[in-house]
Ligand binder design. Structure first.
Ligand code: PEP
Length: 264
């Protein structure tokens, strides 16, 4: 983590939770106050779409921002069951996750689909959290860098810059499994992603863009992962479903950031 890039902790509730869970989060964490030095951190919760308005209302004046889990690439139209970026913005979202591996796998989303969604999100004024990552087989075959590189290049529109996107490296084999890559592996992939961004968008954008790690991040491993230079935060699934776990995770990230901030 680098003090120049405000860290992001984003919780992805996936298809979990009812209004009762939002009420519990509201009581347990949404009103807590952070260390002054950590106020530049961004904490995001991405609940299922029907819970967004309630969460947005409960999180007002808190340290937490709200995001969607996916959006359609069109603004409106005959797309039964879909939600546009404009609609997410309209109900209080500042962010949207796009290209999560669960969407890529279950809904056959390919890089070009993700790219259109990122474009739609940018147009609506949302920051996209663009997910990339390799499968276990691809890792075993030594294809990690190649896969991640092509996902980054093909999923992000030419016009998108560091203020429009955050990239989340999520090895698919680490999601929900309790397994994480070695610290060195995370460091190498993140450095490679920053390099790809530098070559495609310039060094200035690469230095400013935030890169998250996702895949079995928990309160007790978050500090180690965020200590890696090129890791600017985490995308968290399972541990974002418990208000206690998510709060400890956010607090641990904020403490680390506060230490970095005080050192300069
Ligand atoms: C995710 O689905 O984006 C994720 C990182 O999940 P988990 O933290 O449960 O591995």
């Amino acid at each position: 983590m680098n003090f120049k890039r405000p860290p992001v902790i984003a919780g992805n509730w996936k298809m979990n939770g009812t209004s009762e869970m939002v009420i519990q989060f509201s009581k347990n964490i949404l009103k807590r106050v952070l260390d002054d030095n950590a106020k530049r951190c961004e904490f995001i919760i991405c609940p299922p779409a029907p819970l967004i308005p309630l969460l947005y209302e409960s999180a007002s004046q808190s340290a937490f921002l709200v995001g969607g889990q996916d959006c359609h690439s069109s603004e409106s139209g005959a797309y039964t069951g879909d939600i546009s970026a404009l609609m997410l913005k309209d109900i209080g979202c500042s962010f949207v996750i796009v290209g999560h591996s669960e969407r890529r796998i279950s809904y056959n989303e390919i890089n070009s689909t993700v790219k259109l969604k990122v474009g739609a999100a940018k147009k609506a004024g949302l920051i996209s959290i663009v997910c990339v990552g390799e499968t276990q087989d691809q890792k075993n075959n030594g294809e990690t860098f190649e896969i991640v590189r092509s996902q980054v290049l093909e999923s992000i529109p030419e016009s998108a810059s560091d203020s429009d996107i955050i990239i989340a490296y999520e090895p698919i084999w680490a999601i929900g499994t309790g397994k994480t890559p070695e610290i060195e592996e995370i460091a190498n992939v993140h450095a490679a992603i920053r390099d790809v961004v530098a070559k495609s968008k310039g060094v200035e954008v690469a230095e400013k863009i935030r890169l998250l790690y996702g895949g079995s991040v928990k309160p007790d491993n978050v500090a180690g992962i965020l200590s890696i230079d090129d890791v600017d935060g985490a995308l968290v699934g399972g541990a974002s479903l418990s208000s206690n776990d998510f709060w400890s995770l956010c607090e641990n990230a904020a403490k680390l950031f506060a230490i970095l901030n005080r050192k300069v």
